[in-house]
Write a protein that binds this ligand. Structure first.
Ligand SMILES: *[C@@H]1O[C@H](CO)[C@@H](O)[C@H](O)[C@H]1NC(C)=O
Ligand SMILES: *[C@@H]1O[C@H](CO)[C@@H](O)[C@H](O)[C@H]1NC(C)=O
Ligand SMILES: *[C@@H]1O[C@H](CO)[C@@H](O)[C@H](O)[C@H]1NC(C)=O
Length: 525
């Protein structure tokens, strides 16, 4: 190439580059990257690596969802996300919602370290560095409220008694921070908590007359409620300051009713309460004598606040899954059960006393002090348990069959709702049929949701275990392919496979199809 021509090209190139830095030239639409119109779908901005910069410039509060077309949880979120955008638009909020197709935008997923879908990030003031991770709820009102509490104010400033009383009267639970100095670090901690505790209403004041009205002399967070004790105070530690975790736990504990009725609205709160011990009273609410027991139950509750959550389960409502979990029949009500949510150990009273406050208190203390042994669920041994090719095991005959020293026992631990278990059921039947005449081989199954085994926690379904004959209580976990041929090889070979077959993972130990919730990007790319 010739000298002059090269210079001309170079000039053109430099010109183009410098234009890029200055935004659109005078007149006419521009096709430069970053200056494209941002398309919208149902009120949601649809962003790409070319348009994110522009969206950030135009919208000082921008929530961006990284989604994948194949992600089930993204699909579930989509209508809520659209509704949230509509709610905010109706309030003329400046906040905008946007989405990015992650798999099609590898530059963006890399820049923002997106490893699962959906991932939501909140950008403020056009700042592209370190957006805030969205940790809020996945329904419309929750999403809108999370954003309101960040863009607007998360607390109401209270200047006088009237304002304070009006706020307290308007809600079941109101949390007010009384701080002498609003510049204090503790106030920032309080406000940060208020941003995330979406189901509570917050107020804030530094007014001396309000301290006086509520009988306070020091910085205190007060929870006002329209039930139980009416009020609970959390004094700010003068030396250590306000600890967000402690305050959060205090508010959760004290915003719950002393006695909570179990139903679909309260169950998420019950599980979120982070109180490890739950005491459940099972009653039939349609029976007057049962209802009368509530008084004694309620009377016993206050000293255990924060340590044991008191829950009432109505057996005449649709609570069969709870009954089943505790191995209870409705006819057994009224009765108590105690559970530690961390260990999932369950306890029952040793005698069937009348449900009085004293009796409830004694039972709680006995469990907490370790005097009561946990119980394990077991069904009764069915009369025909050994009459079919696949033998039926329950908690009560498991030990005797599985550890029979003269038999090789191959057991399927299943859950009635587990699809993988249902899929392999015919194969298991066929296997049992095939080995029917082998005196020393037993093919069995055990419903692990209704039968708990000491020292044999089952974490996934199905779980297959082989208990070889002989002494030593040996147990071999089977993790290979679930087909007749591989099973047979395993049995013929005495509980080993000639060469390891590829493993099949058991499905998760819960009925939900949470398996599709988050899919690792790495697997997809
Ligand atoms: C953007 O946010 C980051 C992290 O919070 C901060 O360090 C940076 O100064 C901010 N940039 C601007 C221009 O405000
Ligand atoms: C609750 O009590 C009512 C009234 O006796 C009875 O008809 C009903 O079957 C009971 N419910 C259960 C689940 O036992
Ligand atoms: C989970 O994902 C798989 C593969 O994409 C799909 O076949 C299956 O239907 C999904 N299950 C649910 C419950 O969404």
């Amino acid at each position: 190439m010739d000298g002059p021509l090269l210079s001309v090209l170079l000039l053109l190139l430099l010109g183009a580059l410098s234009l890029r830095g200055q935004g659109p030239g005078p007149g006419g639409p521009s096709e430069e990257p970053g200056k494209e119109e941002v398309p919208e779908e149902d009120g949601i901005l649809v962003l790409s690596h070319r348009t994110l910069g522009r969206a950030l410039q135009e919208h000082p509060a921008l929530l961006v969802e990284f989604y994948a077309p194949w992600c089930g949880h993204c699909k579930a979120l989509a209508p809520e996300y659209i509704k949230a955008a509509a709610l905010l638009a109706a309030e003329s909020a400046k906040t905008r919602l946007a989405k990015v197709d992650g798999p099609s935008e590898p530059e963006l997923t890399k820049e923002f370290a997106v490893t699962e879908y959906p991932t939501l990030k909140f950008f403020r003031n056009g700042n592209r560095t370190d957006p805030e991770e969205y940790t809020g709820p996945r329904e419309a009102e929750g999403i809108a409220e999370w954003l309101r509490r960040r863009v607007g104010s998360s607390t109401t400033r209270l200047e006088d008694e009237e304002g304070a009383q009006a706020l307290i009267d308007a809600h079941d639970v109101v949390v007010i921070g009384f701080f002498q100095d609003l510049q204090d670090e503790d106030v920032a901690t309080f406000l940060a908590l208020a941003q995330d505790a979406l189901d509570m209403t917050f107020g804030l004041t530094d007014r001396p007359q309000l301290f006086q009205k509520f009988g306070l002399t020091k910085d205190t967070v007060v929870l006002f409620k329209k039930f139980d004790e009416g009020r609970a105070d959390f004094p700010v530690d003068e030396e250590l300051g306000l600890d967000q975790g402690d305050l959060s736990r205090f508010l959760l504990t004290h915003s719950m009713h002393l006695v909570t009725e179990f139903n679909s609205q309260t169950s998420p709160k019950i599980f979120a309460a982070r109180i490890l011990n739950h005491l459940l009273l099972f009653i039939n609410q349609t029976l007057a004598p049962h209802q009368e027991l509530l008084a004694g139950f309620r009377e016993a509750a206050p000293p255990f606040r924060g340590q044991v959550l008191f829950v009432v389960v109505d057996v005449s409502a649709n609570n069969n899954h709870v009954l089943q979990y505790f191995g209870l029949r409705a006819e057994e009500a009224p009765t108590l059960r105690f559970i530690n949510m961390e260990t999932t150990k369950k306890y029952k009273p040793e005698d069937r006393g009348p449900v009085t406050a004293a009796w409830v208190t004694t039972f709680c203390h006995s469990v907490l002090s370790g005097k009561v042994k946990p119980y394990l669920l077991s069904q009764e041994v069915p009369p025909d348990w050994d009459q079919h090719p696949v033998k039926t095991l329950v908690g009560k005959n498991f030990e005797q069959v599985a550890f029979d020293e003269t038999k090789n026992v191959f057991i399927k631990f299943y859950a009635p709702w587990c699809t993988h278990c249902k899929e392999m059921a015919p194969t298991w039947e066929a296997l049992a049929e095939k080995y029917r005449d082998h005196e020393d081989i037993i093919i069995a199954e055990l419903d692990a949701t209704a039968n708990e085994l000491e020292g044999f926690p089952v974490h996934g379904f199905p779980t297959l275990k082989y208990f070889p004959a002989g002494q030593g209580r040996k147990v071999i976990e089977y993790k290979s392919a679930r087909d007749l041929e591989t099973f047979s090889k395993f049995l013929d070979n005495g509980g080993k496979l000639p060469e390891e077959e590829p493993a099949e993972e058991p499905s998760a130990p819960f009925p939900d199809t949470l398996a599709n919730s988050t899919v690792d990007l790495k697997e997809e790319l």
